[in-house]
Design a protein around this ligand. Structure first.
Ligand code: NAD
Length: 389
């Protein structure tokens, strides 16, 4: 690598070295003329920013440059709390303001596609909260745009990073469960109380909650070939902090059956009307939320897939099930943006993959189409699999 390489040329080059490219991290991090930090601008300073900003601000690979929110007082409060030098009330100001390398999009779900496109057009890498876009087609066009411009885009969730996911994936790949037949996953609570967008068109329990389970099961069992689903609205009206009483437009209850090929079937259920004493925070959830069954064993993930803390494996007729992967390591669900920032510097491809995020988005769209038409929907997208071997 040329020693006179500029910082922006370097980061751009990292964009060119997309999926599959792995450089020696030391070779890159030791390059003299590059300041080893990705300059990050965070857009959306609401609830989830309280999880992202502490993580980003502790990373030696990240420099927080700007905070932006259409509610400028929120950008101001987070800028003050996390020592962020610039704050803006609109993306246009942020994109033409203090220079940065990657935008972290933590806005309302419906805004993601539009804002992510603006950032890519302005030459920024993007980490987006889920979903990456409102439709699969829109998300695919964003990925194509990123590739044309030698940029990277990634989307939440980061569930494939947990040591428990790795243990389950390896166990399946090594044949510890025999021939895989079926899997189940669920995630629900009584629904966010702070913002209306979760319940408006383009929101819903599938992109907000089911997305984790869909990423986990497709990540473990492989790309989905077809989907049948039913969705419904249980709670027709809600009272939320930002808009008071609202009509619920997006599904708050969903059941999705997926065909992973070779006869492997899995099922995800999610909703905003699930009484769960562990609620939105998930603390204290001791019971399995993901189960996988094969011909010689079964496996259950203890806790939620976004915050798991063990895997129970049963593959003996005589011994009780055993607990594995009880060390959570450095994994936390809010680490995605930090991990990809580090990967832009190291050149080491992260496990999180934009094609996987888009595949999950296509599953969500297919589930809704299946509900509307009563038909089984065939998917066209795929992603590099297995994720962990
Ligand atoms: N809250 C959580 O615990 C949590 C956890 C994981 C993922 N998420 C995801 O994070 C995203 C945000 O959720 P949240 O709970 O933080 O919502 P929120 O309503 O608390 O925050 C969203 C913020 O984005 C701002 N915003 C909206 N449109 C904007 C625009 N065009 N430009 C700039 N700012 C804009 C809003 O003013 C608001 O402050 C969603 O995709 C959600 O699914 C949330």
């Amino acid at each position: 690598m040329a020693t006179s390489f500029s910082r922006s040329a370097f980061i751009k080059q990292m964009g060119v070295l997309s999926a599959g490219a792995v450089l020696s991290p030391n070779a890159i991090l030791n390059t003299k003329n590059i300041e080893n930090r990705i300059r990050v601008a965070v857009i959306g300073c609401g609830s989830v920013s309280n999880m992202y900003l502490p993580h980003l601000s502790k990373s030696p690979y990240v420099e927080l440059i700007s905070a932006c929110d259409i509610k400028p007082e929120r950008a101001a409060a987070q800028a003050k709390k996390y020592n962020i030098p610039n704050q803006y009330g609109h993306i246009d100001q942020m994109l033409t303001g203090a220079p940065f390398d990657m935008m972290v999009n933590l806005t309302n779900m419906q805004e993601h596609g539009r804002l992510n496109k603006q950032a890519l057009l302005a030459g920024k890498h993007v980490w987006s909260e889920k979903p990456m876009a409102n439709t699969y087609a829109e998300g695919k066009s964003l990925l194509d745009l990123a590739r044309q411009k030698n940029l990277r885009i990634w989307g939440a969730p980061a569930v494939v990073n947990s040591p428990q996911f790795a243990f389950m994936s390896r166990s399946i790949q090594e044949g510890k469960l025999g021939k895989i037949a079926a899997a189940h996953a669920h995630y629900g609570h009584t629904g966010p109380s702070w913002s209306a967008f979760f319940y408006e068109k383009g929101g819903g329990s599938l992109p907000d909650l089911g997305v984790y389970n869909l990423a986990t099961l497709s990540g473990l069992l492989g790309p989905v070939k077809s989907v049948v689903a039913m969705t419904s609205i249980i709670n027709k009206e809600r009272v939320v902090d930002d808009k008071g009483k609202i009509a619920v437009e997006a599904e708050d209850n969903a059941m999705v059956i997926m065909d992973h090929g070779n006869g492997v079937l899995s099922h995800v259920q999610c909703g905003f009307n699930y009484f769960d004493p562990y609620g939105h925070e998930g603390k204290g959830q001791e019971r399995p939320t993901i189960s996988i069954w094969g011909s010689t064993g079964n496996m259950a993930l203890v806790g939620y897939d976004w915050a798991p803390f063990a895997v129970e494996l049963a593959n003996s007729w005589t011994e009780p099930p055993k607990r594995f992967a009880t060390d959570t390591g450095t994994y936390v669900w809010e680490q995605g943006a930090t991990i990809v920032a580090e990967s832009l510097l190291s050149g080491k491809e992260p496990l999180i993959n934009a094609e996987h995020a888009l595949h999950v988005l296509e599953i969500i769209e297919a589930a809704r189409a299946s509900q509307e038409t009563g038909k089984r929907m065939i998917l066209k997208s795929s992603f590099p699999w297995p994720v962990v071997v």
